[in-house]
Design a protein around this ligand. Structure first.
Ligand code: SF4
Length: 496
């Protein structure tokens, strides 16, 4: 295996990645182009997503696996949201009695932090095997296990038996990266190292690896499979609702593509390098333009471009009159979009289908990919405000209150309390993607704008925790550029 990428996104050699920025789209894009964007940090931070949850979510829905989180209890707390999506996903797939994901937490405590927690990890592996008889056991590191130096690789190797499950250690210690997408990368790096192991398989003509995160609804899976099967392609849907056998067959695919821009993108490069499987890395298939681009990307790669063109023409003829109807309800509405790297840009492009105007965008990272999207969006919407932030709701509500959009598209818990209509594109239960998802999403946005009553009432009774004076201050007040002297000091320390 030839891959050398360590799974820390901010350290990728081929792109500059910025995590703390605020400004107008034109200004940021110009500075990025001239390579004069300054590295900055936040002197105050309110919540930040950890990469471990993304590593967990990568394999959460595997039908024959157990996930062991080697951490104190709290680390896996927010996995309950993904588990909820998993349960609903089972019901949508016809399973009448949905199961919880098989997750065991080793529960490191104060004593383990001093004396070491490897015994607890061994015990957890034994419990996992006796209780669930899995084919794969994933071990997830945490900040605590990393800091105390528990060797999860050595534990995995010593517990591995010839006839037992494959034990895969994953190095997703939260402190290693500030980019949550790194959690996906370290999970796939471990999968390649411990399960695929560089073994070549004969290529199955027409088989496509479709990489999809846990946040994709069954309706979206069905829609993307429908689109691909229409031109004679079959789908290995990875790793969502997947299995040991499906993972093993990844190198046999004719090509790969991903539904999300930051899920599986680095792994697809590895699959090309190690197994010769080509890939299409384009956009998230949300909205007309993006769905066309996504579909053409994979179709062209496997020589089905003409069939794809014909299909796109038929689908456009089918959905355009319906889009026109929705457009009449939404045209001219001002929108603030917030989401992960893939969804925020896809949603911002989608609103153009309905004639809406982008006034603000919050996204976790700014890199070469983001630059391309920002330029595209600016050409449609003109200048708009950009907040590059992993979470940071205090900045979000300040911006939204200033910009006064007609609708907020994104995770709505905070801005809903401002009383403005909200909806989101991170929907594990309803359609979002492809041609049918576009219609559903358009209807959903229009209904929210036409029926804002719930959020209006919410704003009367559920206050946000900020003082009124905060809304009069610069929303980017806490983003501080790194002083040149700081850089010199860091260099000096590193060199001595
Ligand atoms: S791994 Fe670290 S950053 Fe992630 S939840 Fe645990 S303590 Fe927090």
């Amino acid at each position: 295996m030839t891959s050398t990428y360590a799974g820390i996104r901010e350290n990728r050699p081929d792109t500059d990645t910025f995590l703390h920025l605020g400004g107008t789209s034109c200004d940021l894009a110009d500075k990025f182009e001239k390579r004069c964007l300054q590295v900055a940090d936040r002197t105050f931070s309110q919540g930040q997503q950890c990469q471990q949850i993304n590593s967990l979510a990568t394999f959460l829905t595997m039908e024959d696996s157990v996930l062991i989180v080697h951490s104190p209890q709290g680390c896996a707390g927010c996995v309950t949201a993904a588990n909820d999506g998993y349960r609903v996903g089972q019901i949508h797939r016809g399973i009448r009695n949905p199961q919880n994901a098989h997750i065991i937490i080793s529960n490191l405590d104060e004593q383990d932090v001093i004396l070491g927690g490897e015994e607890k990890l061994r015990e957890s592996i034994q419990i996992a095997i006796e209780r669930h008889h899995p084919k794969v056991v994933f071990l997830f590191a945490s900040c605590a296990s990393g800091i105390i130096g528990d060797d999860i690789d050595a534990v995995a190797a010593s517990e591995q038996t010839a006839d037992g499950p494959v034990i895969i250690p994953i190095h997703c210690e939260g402190f290693k990266s500030n980019i949550p997408g790194s959690g996906f990368d370290v999970a796939f790096i471990a999968l390649n190292k411990y399960l695929l192991k560089g073994e070549q398989l004969p290529t199955q003509k027409g088989l496509i690896n479709l990489f999809a995160p846990v946040s994709i609804s069954f309706a979206d899976q069905y829609e993307m499979q429908r689109v691909l099967s229409d031109i004679g392609l079959s789908v290995n849907y990875i790793p969502f609702f997947s299995s040991y056998e499906k993972l093993r067959s990844i190198p046999a695919a004719e090509a790969s593509t991903a539904i999300c821009k930051v899920f599986g993108d680095e792994f697809m490069k590895t699959l090309y390098t190690d197994y010769g499987v080509p890939y299409a890395h384009t956009v998230m298939p949300i909205g007309l333009r993006n769905t066309d681009l996504w579909f053409k990307g994979i179709a062209d790669l496997v020589g089905k471009g003409k069939e794809a063109d014909a299909y796109i023409k038929r689908e456009r003829e089918r959905v355009l009159p319906k889009i026109e109807g929705i457009r009449r309800r939404l045209e001219g509405k001002r929108v603030f979009v917030c989401g992960g790297t893939g969804r925020s840009f896809a949603a911002a492009a989608l609103i153009d289908d309905f004639g809406m105007k982008l006034v603000g965008l919050q996204t976790p990272t700014y890199d070469e990919d983001a630059q391309f999207d920002i330029r595209h969006l600016t050409s449609i919407h003109g200048d708009f405000l950009v907040d590059v932030a992993n979470m940071q709701p205090y900045e979000q509500v300040n911006l939204v209150k200033r910009l006064k959009p007609d609708v907020f598209i994104g995770v709505p818990e905070w801005t809903a309390r401002l009383g403005i209509p909200t909806t989101h594109v991170l929907d594990v239960k309803r359609p979002t993607m492809g041609y049918n998802g576009l219609l559903y999403l358009g209807e959903k946005i229009a209904e929210q704008i036409e029926n804002p009553g719930f959020n209006v009432k919410l704003s009367r009774y559920a206050n946000l925790p900020y003082k009124e004076s905060w809304y009069g201050k610069d929303p980017f007040k806490f983003i501080k550029q790194q002083e040149p002297d700081d850089t010199a000091l860091v260099r000096e320390v590193v060199l001595t």
